[in-house]
Design a binder for this molecule. Sequence first.
Ligand SMILES: Nc1nc2c(c(=O)[nH]1)N[C@H]1C(S)=C(S)[C@@H](COP(=O)(O)OP(=O)(O)OC[C@H]3O[C@@H](n4cnc5c(N)ncnc54)[C@H](O)[C@@H]3O)O[C@H]1N2
Ligand code: MOO
Length: 393
Amino acid sequence: MISVIQAKNLLQSHFIRGKIQEMPLVESLGLFLAKDIQSPLDIPFFDNSAMDGYAIAWNDTHPIRKLRRETKIRAGEMQGINLEENEAIRIFTGAPVPKGADTIIPQEWVKLEGDHLSFDIEKFVKGSNLRKQGAQNRAGDLIAKKGAAITPGMIGLLASVGIGNIPVFTPPSVGIILTGDELEDVGNPLEFGKVYDANGPVLQSYLYQFGIKHVELAKAVDDPIQLQKTIDAFINKHDILIISGGISVGDFDYVKSGLEKAGVKELFYKVKQKPGKPLFVGQRSNQWIFALPGNPASTLTCFNQYVKPCLLNWIGKENPWEPLGYFPLDREFRKKQGLTFFLKAKIKDGVLEILPGQESFNLISFGSANCIAEVHEDVEHLSAGTKIPVYSW
Ligand SMILES: Nc1nc2c(c(=O)[nH]1)N[C@H]1C(S)=C(S)[C@@H](COP(=O)(O)OP(=O)(O)OC[C@H]3O[C@@H](n4cnc5c(N)ncnc54)[C@H](O)[C@@H]3O)O[C@H]1N2
Ligand code: MOO
């Protein structure tokens, strides 16, 4: 049995990166940029108005202009318009500023008498309410760095400069096999001896969250021949195989031998941790194979601590092990030495609460946790206020 650190080091030295491909902007949500991005354009692309109002040429002493009644410049206007001396032209937000204008006076700040427009000169300066060409960025500027997360905000920035396809690391296709005769699908009545499948939905929703859409799910009963068929089929078509359950030492735990028969090379089996001790990780050419212990807290913790970092690194995240931070315990904590504990916890007002219900069958804390806290294998006692590492949920 190896320590948590040894397990993570082994994974890190075997990381697999996806190939670079171009992907439509919105479909890349959750992935990471595979290359630096330079803007092809100045943005704004042209000087434009930030307000509905009047375009003028600034003069430090002169607050009166003659309004050109016949002209109104709307957003989308493509004709070049010239402002004459001492003139004001009606303009709307986003519309191109006429040549010769340098300041916009919002409509609520002007007084109109006949064709004469006046305003309070103290309230403005030259350039007020005018968005200059290139104020966001110049053509050629580096606007997003390789490795940056593709968030809704990043997608907005790239769309604003006209980039429709972006380089990403091709996300893996993932096969999930849920083992156990006892599993029942949510939606069906639960019979004596059965348990609702919680691990399938946990794993699927984690993958959706990371922008991994190519996911296939199968259930396998505890029969070695049927399980082998499913393993062989899935391992031949997916980059990553995640199996839940059947990896412990029971008479019906056929996963490990099935993976060996499928040519999987073991990286490690069993980690000094709670929950999730009988975790198996292996590789086969450029594929990851994770067999997660079936208890829901074990599946979730092992996914969170081991599968997720490997997946995130595959799609381009540089430091996938990085904790959220170190947070102080709200009360003391005791455990026996020997195993690292991963605990469902909640950060509130900067303080860490370890939630009740940590047994590996118990999901009650899943509904209120917002992080996973780590207590090192050597630790027996932590006093209130001790800062410990905390990982995103
Ligand atoms: N004699 C020993 N028994 C066990 C050991 C051990 O060291 N010696 N380890 C225990 C630990 S720790 C864990 S964790 C589990 C892991 O067992 P498996 O990976 O073989 O998982 P299963 O036996 O298939 O299931 C365990 C448990 O989880 C429930 N389960 C399974 N899949 C799901 C699912 N998709 N959704 C919800 N619940 C699920 C299943 O019904 C079992 O109750 O082994 C211990 N035993
Ligand atoms: O590793 Mo198991 O998760 O303690 O029940």
